[in-house]
Design a protein around this ligand. Structure first.
Ligand SMILES: [Zn+2]
Ligand SMILES: [Zn+2]
Length: 335
């Protein structure tokens, strides 16, 4: 339990920040390199993007709206970046745009999951093990492999959420906008803060509902809570959910684009950061960066079931009376 390994948990904020910066730099270079190779002359090469839009969306009502078509152009560009180097253009022309979007999200999801999870495991369990786990307690292979297996079963459905989100955005059903210049930088900051705050609120109550409504816990969320000891939690537990559970918990990112005018790329980025963050909060290493709800808090959630339902920050748990601080928790245990 927490008190059995106090030393390695008490890392300074700067130490953990540096560690995460390192992982971010390596991950970024792994992601950026293949993307950069798609720009041989320093200019984006839109492999068939326009023809894909023309051929696959000619009958779509959105193709008639120049503003909505710009969303399609942007998502086609994302598809080109990921699928361009992998699938020949003549084959891609036969694939519907939404199917391409799903495939792009699926491949990106796999890349993010295995890159962030793999590098972070290598770093904390092998390279810097003497700092983080000097007295043992590294999860065994079995729970990690089970977490990967559960995550892989869920991945096809997880990535359907951003695919659905893009589908609705391209049709103009949401309040997403394309360029910050459309609202101005001040409104962009304000609206983005409102969007993220509502996402925090939504994820908190979705997660709490999955605990408080017993059938939901039993049928959905219990799958994630079989890893309730520190030596069974690992970064790979970040996506080890029943797929419906995973989608429900991420759904506030999509629900609130119907309410708050949201910058499209920022919305996409929020889903990307979500998938990296969920890896981070399952490593059991308390970073002590206020008001971030890091792994120290989430480990308590996995061991008490009744605290720390929040996601990025501690504010929702603080507001609704479910916050338990890792350091306070340790003091109570040792007294
Ligand atoms: Zn939970
Ligand atoms: Zn968890």
């Amino acid at each position: 339990m927490i008190s059995s390994r106090p030393q390695r948990r008490r890392l300074s904020a700067s130490s953990k920040a540096m560690d995460h910066l390192f992982i971010f730099a390596v991950t970024a270079s792994l992601v950026v390199f293949p993307i950069a190779s798609a720009f041989p002359d320093g200019e984006p090469v839109l492999v068939g993007a326009n023809s894909i839009i023309t051929q696959n969306n000619a009958s779509s009502p959105r193709a008639l709206d120049p503003y909505l078509q710009r969303f399609v152009e942007e998502t086609s560009w994302y598809n080109d970046l990921v699928l361009g180097p992998l699938i020949p253009s003549h084959i891609r022309l036969k694939i519907p745009h939404t199917a391409e979007t799903w495939l792009r999200n699926y491949l990106a999801g796999l890349l993010i999951y295995f890159t962030t999870g793999g590098l972070w495991c290598f770093y904390i369990y092998y390279w810097k093990r003497h700092i983080y786990f000097p007295k043992g307690g590294v999860p065994s292979k079995e729970p990690i492999l089970l977490q990967i297996w559960v995550s892989m079963k869920g991945m096809p459905l997880y990535v359907s959420l951003p695919t659905l989100s893009e589908y609705m955005i391209e049709r103009g059903w949401t309040r997403c906008y394309l360029s910050i210049s459309e609202v101005g930088i001040f409104n962009y900051v304000l609206l983005t803060a409102l969007y993220l705050m509502l996402v925090e609120f939504g994820i908190y109550w979705m997660h709490r509902g999955l605990h408080d409504i017993k059938p939901l816990y039993k049928w959905l969320h219990a799958t994630h809570h079989i890893y309730n000891k520190e030596n069974t939690l690992s970064p790979f537990a970040g996506l080890a959910f029943n797929p419906i559970d995973g989608i429900l918990q991420a759904s506030p990112h999509v629900i609130f684009i119907f309410i708050v005018p949201t910058h499209f790329f920022t919305h996409e980025l929020s889903l990307f950061v979500e998938s990296v963050w969920t890896t981070n909060i399952h490593d059991c290493i308390h970073g002590k960066v206020w008001p971030i709800m890091g792994a120290g808090y989430h480990t308590i959630h996995h061991t008490t079931y009744r605290h720390n339902y929040g996601h990025y920050t501690i504010w929702m748990d603080w507001m609704f009376g479910t916050l338990r601080d890792p350091l306070e928790s340790q003091k109570v245990k040792s007294s």
